[in-house]
Each structure stands twice: as C-alpha cells, then as structure tokens.
Design a binder for this molecule. Structure first.
Ligand code: ADP
Ligand code: MG
Length: 260
C-alpha cells in the first residue's frame, strides 16, 4: 500500500494549502471542496494564485502545508504515523494519470498525431490495451467534434480544434476530475464558443470539472459553485447566483465590475 486512500465524499478536497515561491506566499491557506459530478469555476485577478492552486491538485507544485485529496487519494504523499512522505515519481505519475488537465496553450505533443496524443497516456501511464484505447479515443474525438482529424498533426488544426483534442485526451484518462486552466484565453474570439460548448456538454453529462476562466457568462451558466480568489485566498464561494450576481465582498465586486 503506497497511498493513503479514504472513502471519498469529495472528488477534490483541498485543506489548508499554503505555497510560497521564495518570499512570496502565493497560496495562503486555501480550502476547496468539490463534490462528484459538480462543476466549480474559479475566478480572480491575474496573479491571485489560480494556476498555482490547480497545479498543486496534481502535484505539479508541491504544497508547503496542507493536504490535497483527489477521489480520496492523498496526492503526492503517503502518511507514516503522523508524518507525510513524498511519493516516488512512479506513484505520482500514476496518481496524475487519474486527473485530466487542460492547459491554456493546449500542450499537445507536436510530433504525435491527434489520435496518438489521446492514446499515449492511457497506454503508457495506465497500462491499458492499445487497441481498446484507440477505439475509445476515436469515439472521444467524435464526441468533441474532431473525429475527422484523428490522423492529422496538431499544427494542422485550428486552436479551437487543438483544444478540443486536449479535452478528448483528458477524457481518455477516465479521470476523477478534469482541471481547466483558462482553456479559451489563447483562442481567437470566434473559436471560444466551440470549446465552451464542449465543456458545457461535459458538465451536462455529469463530469467533475474545476475550471479557471475569465468567461463570467459561461461561469454563471455552467457552475454549481463559483469561487473568487484574490491574493492567495478564497475570498468567497457559493452558487453563481450569489458570488457573481450578488457578491458580498468589495474585492469580488471590484473584480466583476472590471470583467463584466
Ligand atoms: P494566476 O493563475 O491567478 O494568474 P499564478 O498562480 O500563476 O496566478 O501566480 C500567482 C503568483 O505566483 C504570481 O505572482 C506569479 O508571478 C507567482 N508564481 C507563479 N509560479 C511561480 C514560480 N514557479 N516561481 C515564482 N513565482 C511564481
Ligand atoms: Mg493563471
């Protein structure tokens, strides 16, 4: 037994997470709970710690203090007595393979075809059967509307198509949660809608999603919970009807008045 697993009530359970870069404390005690099948949208000004928080969820950043659990699994560490020991790289990669991550800049492998991009991790990190994963990958590419691009390379696709491939790649992991870090902010305006439409469909299908975005209208439509972060803390969270339409904190009001 190399991991510490609890019966999971939450898909994502972040407790008291602190993270500093040098003298700068970027996360100052963040708590975040996401139930299975729920969509959480994180809003907040640039530099407020949103990307760092997402990156701690799959141990791309180590936390200084606090814990992260995904689907009950303690991420990055195992508990021995009351001490935490960092997991070996192999175990971290295995944990990471159950967490989908969709980046601002797509991050597809340029030397692999679209299909190979989707098939890579389930085969290499999860040890699944290649033929079975390929069949599933083709179905996923069709689901996000790029089934006809399976044998092309990322550079032959538009940004919106590349991002939809990245979403299919995340789904192929059968992840406990998919994390999105500003998935539309690198796209030309006319391509934003096609990517948001795919994410909305995932939400309707019951996927567990954590989405950092500046698309407030989309957040209002898709989120079960909206979280407003500023200066490394969660300033307020709740249903979008509250956080977005009736914010209680001056910092939330000021931010929304700038982006709406
Ligand atoms: P956001 O995604 O909300 O814009 P980030 O999490 O990217 O915020 O960054 C929060 C702060 O942490 C910023 O001041 C940023 O410059 C700093 N930061 C992020 N990553 C690093 C790093 N690897 N080294 C040093 N500082 C960092
Ligand atoms: Mg960011």
């Amino acid at each position: 037994m190399t991991t510490d697993t609890q019966q999971a009530e939450f898909a994502v359970e972040v407790r008291g997470v602190h993270k500093s870069f040098g003298a700068l404390e970027v996360l100052q005690g963040v708590d975040l709970l996401v139930r299975k099948g729920e969509v959480t949208v994180i809003l907040g000004p640039s530099g407020s710690g949103k990307s760092t928080l997402l990156r701690t969820l799959n141990h791309l950043e180590k936390v200084d203090r606090g814990t992260v659990r995904i689907d009950g699994d303690l991420i990055g560490y195992r508990r021995k007595g009351n001490k935490l020991h960092e997991l070996r790289e192999r175990d971290i990669l295995r944990q990471r393979s159950r967490i989908g991550f969709v980046f601002q800049n797509f991050n597809l492998f340029p030397h692999l075809t679209v299909l190979e991009n989707v098939v890579e991790a389930p085969v290499s990190a999860q040890g699944r059967d290649r033929a079975e994963v390929e069949a599933e990958a083709i179905a996923l590419l069709e689901r996000v509307g790029v089934g006809d691009k399976a044998h092309e390379y990322p550079r032959q696709l538009s940004g919106g198509q590349q991002q939809r491939v990245a979403i299919a790649r995340a789904l192929a992991l059968r992840p406990a949660v998919i994390l999105f870090d500003e998935p539309t902010s690198a796209l030309d305006p006319e391509l934003v809608g096609e990517v948001l439409a795919v994410i909305k469909q995932l939400a309707r299908d019951g996927a567990t999603l954590v989405i950092v975005t500046h698309e407030v209208g989309f957040a209002r439509e898709v989120a079960d919970t909206a979280v407003f972060m500023d200066g490394g803390v969660v300033v307020e969270q709740g249903p979008p009807s509250q956080v977005i339409d009736d914010p209680q904190h001056d910092r939330t009001k000021a931010f929304l008045s700038r982006v709406l």
